[in-house]
Design a protein around this ligand. Structure first.
Ligand SMILES: [Zn+2]
Length: 420
């Protein structure tokens, strides 16, 4: 169900085209219509200590890209685009990469015959040596082409060519099978190529949500991603939607090693992230009053609410819990949660991180399951586990004091079991 709901959510966000992803573009090679170079335009801006290019949707192979020769269309690093090895590296394969990149440009132009593809092809055939590469260009940086003001990778025909080419040439899809998400018989993905990034403690290059790389995970003689057959469109939509949820501070909450994503079937003004992360006393008071007045009734057509908790395990994403409920139910449970933790009239509500933090000596010690349990019980209204009480009491005896936040947690556990 998680994948279906993500695919539904993907209709509400602007997705990059098939086999494209948002990534920094550092340089533009500016060409005229005849392919003559006008120069290399620096797109980098200072971000922290580094200079990085603007984010733009570019062709990608995600985590399928290996050290093998695998050119991307019209946009790649200096090895592929300019035949230059990275600094302090002797790479004999750079010329091979560059030739493969030029060949892909030529093949694309032969099929599409657009003015822009003609210009890039002519640049390689006639004008390449005239390009002045700036001294501060690093061959690891990404370069793409602009012809007469038009980025070649933005052309719909080029995007379609890349999707068809990459899906076949790099064997991204296998034989047609019924897709688990949309139910249609379509070629299903061999590996879900889009990595999930941004989970604390995970690999910087990203992790897989769906994968099977050892015999133990395989079934019915199906290997790789064929164990859960999903078509390329559904795979892209689900993973790009999850990426969009994780990047948006209004739909994602990071607590310690955990990322929680929240979304609703229909757009809503209600911010669950703010309520959990840094609850505003005025908004909490309004919520408590509305619920006390019976102002959030169960509606037959209530907006559906979804929540997924993710953590990292080396190269894999761990789905710790997934919840489907309704927005009014969440609002009622949230009001109950704030009542449970309120020590006295006028007590200021506290965010989930501070409560979890109160149970440990330092923030790094918080395991993913503690904030996951706290948030899940808050959203569902289920009793909090007694293990939280145990953790709070242990911390009390270690520190020889009861802090307000531990008192709030102890009270919430007892209330949730009707023991107060
Ligand atoms: Zn599908």
């Amino acid at each position: 169900m998680l994948l279906q709901r993500l695919v539904e959510y993907s209709q509400r966000v602007n997705l990059p085209p098939c086999l494209y992803a948002d990534a920094p573009v550092d340089w533009l090679i500016d060409l005229d219509v005849n392919g003559a170079p006008r120069g290399m335009i620096d797109q980098r801006q200072a971000s922290g200590k580094q200079k990085r290019g603007n984010l733009h949707a570019v062709p990608t192979l995600g985590n399928l890209r290996t050290s093998a020769i695998m050119p991307l269309l019209f946009c790649d690093n200096g090895g592929y685009v300019l035949g230059r090895a990275a600094k302090n590296k002797k790479d004999e394969r750079v010329q091979e990469q560059h030739n493969a990149f030029k060949q892909l440009v030529a093949d694309c132009h032969q099929q599409l015959n657009l003015p822009e593809t003609r210009a890039v092809n002519a640049f390689y055939q006639r004008h390449f040596k005239r390009l002045k590469v700036p001294d501060d260009y690093d061959p690891a940086e990404t370069v793409t082409f602009r012809v007469n003001g038009q980025r070649v990778i933005d052309l719909p025909d080029v995007q379609q060519y890349w999707a068809n080419y990459a899906a076949t040439a790099y064997k991204i899809v296998g034989d047609p099978m019924p897709c688990l998400v949309c139910g249609q018989v379509k070629p299903v993905v061999r590996r879900h190529y889009l990595p999930i990034k941004g989970i604390p403690g995970g690999q910087g290059s990203g992790m897989s949500l769906i994968s099977a790389n050892a015999d133990a995970f395989e079934s019915y003689r199906l290997t790789e991603a064929f164990v859960s057959p999903i078509c390329l469109d559904c795979s892209e939509r689900a993973l790009k939607a999850l990426d969009a949820l994780m990047r948006n501070p209004d739909t994602s909450l990071r607590v310690g090693k955990l990322v929680y994503c929240f979304w609703t079937r229909k757009p809503t003004q209600f911010s669950i992230v703010q309520m959990l992360e840094a609850p505003d006393p005025v908004q909490v008071k309004q919520l408590l009053e509305t619920v006390a007045r019976g102002g959030i009734p169960a509606q037959p057509q209530a907006n559906e609410f979804y929540a997924v908790a993710l953590s990292a395990n080396s190269a894999r994403v761990v789905v710790r819990s997934y919840l489907e409920t309704t927005l009014p139910a969440v609002q009622r449970n949230l009001a109950q949660w704030f009542r449970w933790q309120q020590l006295h009239a006028g007590d200021t509500p506290v965010g989930v991180f501070q409560l979890a933090r109160a149970l440990y000596f330092k923030a790094d010690d918080i395991p993913a399951h503690v904030p996951e349990t706290l948030i899940r019980c808050t959203l569902t209204g289920n009793p909090l586990p007694m293990s939280l009480l145990q953790l709070a009491i242990r911390r009390n005896s270690a520190e020889r004091s009861v802090t307000d936040n531990r008192a709030r947690l102890i009270q919430a556990v007892l209330y949730s079991h009707n023991l107060l």
